[in-house]
Design a protein around this ligand. Structure first.
Ligand SMILES: N[C@@H](CCC(=O)N[C@@H](CS)C(=O)NCC(=O)O)C(=O)O
Length: 202
C-alpha cells in the first residue's frame, strides 16, 4: 500500500489525501510533527532531502517529494490529468502558479497566524498577504465564466483548492473573490471530496 508522511495541519499533505480520495486509492497516513522538527531528522531526510512533508512512499520503497510532483504522479493516466499536450500544459501552469502565488503566500501567512511564529515580523506577514491577494485576484479574473481552472475538472483544481480553502485562516477576506468562493463550493460538491483532517493512521 502507499504510505503518505504528513502533518494534519499541512494543506500540502491534504492535497494528496484529497486526490487519493477522488481516485479511491487506499493509503496509510503517517503523522510527522513539523513543529518538533521530526522531518529534519536523518531517517526522514533519507526520504526527502529537503526535510519536509508531504512524502509519498511507493510499495517498492521509492519516495516522492513536492506535493505537486506527487499529485502529477498519482493523476497521470486518470481522468484528472488530460492526455492532450496543450491541455496538460494548462494543468501544469496552474500547479506551478499554486506553488508560486498561493502555497508560499496563503500557506506561510496561515502558518504565521496559527503558530504566532514570525507574526512579530509584520512586514513579512504583510508581504505574504499582499502576494496571496494578487494570486487570488488573478484566479478570480480567470474563473469568471468558467467552472474549472484548466478546461475540465482536473488535478489543478485540487492543487489550488488545498490552500485557497483556508485563505480566511491566513487573515484574508475571501468574500473579495466571489468567483474563487463559487469555485471552492463547486470543488466541494464533487463526488469523492473529503475534508482536511481525514484519515490519519499513525
Ligand atoms: N513545496 C513543498 C513545500 C513543503 C512544505 O513546506 N512542507 C512543510 C509543511 S506544509 C514542512 O514540512 N515544514 C517542516 C519544516 O520545514 O521543517 C511542497 O509543495 O510539498
Amino acid at each position: 500500500m502507499l504510505t503518505l508522511y504528513d502533518d494534519p495541519y499541512s494543506h500540502n499533505g491534504y492535497k494528496i489525501r484529497l486526490l487519493l480520495a477522488h481516485l479511491g486509492r487506499p493509503v496509510r497516513v503517517v503523522h510527522k510533527n513539523i513543529m518538533t522538527g521530526e522531518t529534519r531528522k536523518p531517517d526522514f531526510l533519507a526520504k526527502n532531502i529537503a526535510g519536509r512533508i508531504p512524502v509519498l512512499e511507493l510499495e517498492d520503497g521509492t519516495c516522492l517529494a513536492e506535493s505537486n510532483a506527487i499529485l502529477y504522479y498519482l493523476a497521470e493516466g486518470t481522468a484528472l490529468f488530460p492526455a492532450d499536450h496543450l491541455a496538460r500544459t494548462e494543468v501544469l501552469r496552474w500547479m506551478f502558479f499554486e506553488q508560486n502565488m498561493i502555497e508560499c503566500t496563503i500557506g506561510t501567512a496561515r502558518f504565521f497566524k496559527k503558530t504566532g511564529r514570525d507574526i512579530s515580523r509584520a512586514d513579512v506577514y504583510a508581504h505574504r498577504l499582499e502576494n496571496a491577494r494578487d494570486g487570488l485576484a488573478a484566479m478570480d479574473r480567470h474563473l469568471s465564466g468558467k467552472d474549472w481552472l484548466a478546461g475540465a475538472f482536473s488535478v489543478a483544481d485540487l492543487a489550488l483548492y488545498g490552500y485557497c480553502s483556508v485563505g480566511a485562516e491566513a487573515g484574508i477576506d475571501m468574500t473579495a473573490y466571489p468567483q474563487v468562493e463559487a469555485w471552492l463550493k463547486r470543488v466541494e460538491a464533487r463526488p469523492g471530496h473529503v475534508g482536511p483532517l481525514h484519515g490519519f493512521d499513525a
